[in-house]
Design a protein around this ligand. Structure first.
Ligand code: AGP
Length: 609
């Protein structure tokens, strides 16, 4: 969940690292720090709070170094504070470490270091154990000390390590936490993610698990756990650094909401030929292979899990195969029925979510075929899957996921349509209708985006509410979970989503005068039932804001306010109806003065269990 960055070269490491940290701030932002290898030895500066605090702290200092590491933190072990901020040093103050991940056996190692070496720890973190371990093993050879220390670590780590005795060397290690190396001219970089260093390099090494990297300014060597040097192909980044800029929008979230038509079209176009035929090039899905599957398992977390809920309905309907959906952190401890006839679909924007990764490994161990739906090229989930279906959302920076979600939904439709067609069970006219509807979605979303002002006004009307419920039936119920998650994660309003028909079995007890209920009523075949549910909550004093297709006057008669979405097939509505909910959540949070792109307690990439 944290972000690490490191630099070795001829420029001032300080500025490069601070800039890199700002681009990684979405990974965690409760404290930040930097360690520089100056001619006067190691200088470490760290501060609780945003990177700006760190920048203010060092603003007046004349710090110059050609080697340095930096960190932006999402606290796991030890509260957010100056002393728990990274980098952490060994007791001699010569070695500094930044870490993304969790050391599971840190208590045991801490006790050992205290007992055997009398080390007094300066922080409550698991990370300090790594710095102290390297310190006790260090006798003039940093590489050797790092290898020995890493052998003792259990857990996950992306590490950046420097030592004032060896100012021409930067060491990085990876296990289960993302790590990339940037290859420059006369300089090299490490980082948790590509945007951190994209201003400087386009040539990247994607570091694999259990690899150690030794960087000098002119050379990069990668070693496996057996200390054998390994060859790595260079990965060329094709997307632009500007894609990760706000481009005039107040927040990344709003920009990313507006990028959905493009992301959706790009995702469709990459997988469709000129005749509207879905082509899954590079994904092994022959007719025989598809027929061999007797079950699909979709596993993911958070918003990606909500995409999976829609995926279940869509794939079952189009491909005629039973689909189970599970939360990744539950799946792996459930002893699920998965075998070599299971198609396991992992959905993840970042491709680094540890729960999803662990579930994927469990499914593979049981023999399943793993297809992942991922946004970040070369991420861990992508690399460990048998096949990858990339979403073409572009970099998503805001913690609250928007365009990744809608492009994930597109993949669910494309997978369902492809499987149904290959099996020969999906009638051509149904297939054609879906393709036509999918291709029309971007324009329909544009139409919803044009209602932004109206939605902002609704947010102004309701932003003081303490409790907001989301209800819906069928596919609308899955969308209501996503609408509710969006609202609570950025506005901190207590929000709850429930299938509308389930309300009367308990939750309706919470509805009272002044409760806001957001009712998704886009499913024509369930409209009458939904209208009854709206009446039930209104009878108990709730205000109702409905989301409905155009010209559904019956909804208008029952609800206090309605946001309309363009006409489309019931089955396609999730791609469109979520957009007003994203905009509504955004403006509610804005009215409440929340830090929209970096909500409290959250991080973009959740690399802890
Ligand atoms: C979305 O708004 C959330 N921030 C979160 O639920 C997220 O979708 C979840 O952590 C999964 O992330 P992933 O898609 O990167 O695996």
């Amino acid at each position: 969940m944290c972000g690490i960055v490191g630099y070795i070269g001829d420029e001032n490491a300080r500025d490069i690292i601070i800039d890199g940290l700002k681009r990684l701030e979405y990974r965690g932002y409760d404290s930040a720090g930097i360690a520089l290898c100056t001619e006067n030895g190691l200088v470490v500066r760290k501060r609780q709070g945003r990177i700006q605090n760190l920048e203010n702290m060092i603003a007046g200092e004349d710090l110059y170094a050609n080697l340095g590491i930096g960190h932006t933190r999402w606290a796991t072990h030890g509260a957010p504070s100056d002393r728990n901020a990274h980098p952490h040093c060994d007791r001699s103050g010569r070695i500094a470490v930044v870490h993304n991940g969790i050391i599971e056996n840190f208590m045991e190692l801490k006790e050992w270091l205290q007992k055997e070496y009398g080390i007094e720890f300066q922080s409550d973190t698991d990370t300090e154990v790594i710095a102290q371990l390297i310190g006790v093993f260090y006798s003039g050879d940093l590489e050797e000390a790092v290898f020995r220390a890493v052998e003792k670590l259990q857990g996950s780590y992306g590490l950046g390590i420097i030592c004032s005795e060896e100012p021409d060397k930067l060491i990085a290690v990876r296990r289960d936490s993302p790590l990339i190396v940037g290859l420059g001219e006369g300089c090299n970089f490490i980082a948790s993610d590509i945007p951190a260093i994209l201003r400087h390099v386009r040539k990247i090494y994607l570091i694999e698990n259990n690899e150690t990297v030794i960087l000098t300014k002119n050379d990069v060597k990668i070693y496996n756990a057996q200390r054998q040097e390994v060859h790595r192909e260079v990965f060329h980044v094709t997307w632009d650094a500007d894609a990760a800029e706000k481009e005039g929008y107040d927040h990344f979230m709003l920009k990313e909401i507006h990028e959905q038509p493009k992301g959706i079209l790009d995702t469709i176009r990459r997988r469709m030929d000129a005749d509207g035929k879905i082509v899954l090039d590079g994904i092994r899905m022959t007719k025989a292979e598809i027929e061999n599957f007797n079950k699909v398992y979709i596993v993911a977390c958070g918003t990606a899990y909500h995409a999976g809920l829609i995926g279940k309905t869509v794939i079952e309907k189009l491909a005629g195969i039973s689909v189970e959906v599970d939360i990744a952190s539950e799946f792996r401890y459930r002893e699920p029925f998965v075998d070599d006839r299971t198609l396991f679909i992992a959905i993840s924007q970042s491709g680094e979510t540890l729960d999803t990764l662990a579930a994927l490994r469990e499914a593979k161990r049981k023999g399943a075929r793993v297809l992942s739906v991922v946004n970040v090229v070369g991420s861990s989930v992508a690399r460990e899957s048998d096949d990858v279906f990339y979403t073409w959302a572009g970099p998503e920076i805001a913690v609250a996921s928007t365009k990744a979600y809608t492009t994930q939904l597109v993949c669910m439709y494309l997978i369902g349509l492809y499987m149904g067609r290959e099996k020969g069970t999906l009638p051509q006219d149904v297939y054609d209708r879906y393709i036509e509807e999918l291709l029309a979605v971007p324009e329909k979303i544009e139409k919803v985006l044009r209602q932004e002002k109206q939605i902002e006004n609704l947010a102004k009307k309701f932003y003081r509410r303490d409790n907001i419920f989301f209800i819906g039936r069928g596919m609308d119920s899955a969308v209501s979970y996503e609408g509710s998650l969006k609202l609570k994660e950025i506005s901190y309003i207590n929000s709850f989503a429930i299938a509308a028909g389930e309300l009367k079995h308990g939750t309706i007890a919470l509805i009272e005068e002044g409760t806001l209920v957001i009712a998704l009523a886009t499913q024509d075949r369930l409209l009458e039932k939904m209208i009854s549910n709206i009446q039930e909550v209104r009878a108990r004093g709730a205000d109702v804001l409905a989301i409905a297709k155009e010209n559904r006057t019956a909804v208008e008669q029952q609800a206090d306010d309605v946001i309309y979405i363009p006409e489309c097939m019931d089955e396609i509505t999730p791609l469109i109806s979520v957009v007003p909910l994203q905009i509504f959540a955004y403006y509610i949070a804005k009215q409440r003065g929340c830090d929209i792109d970096k909500p409290k307690n959250l991080a973009k990439s959740v690399t802890v269990e």
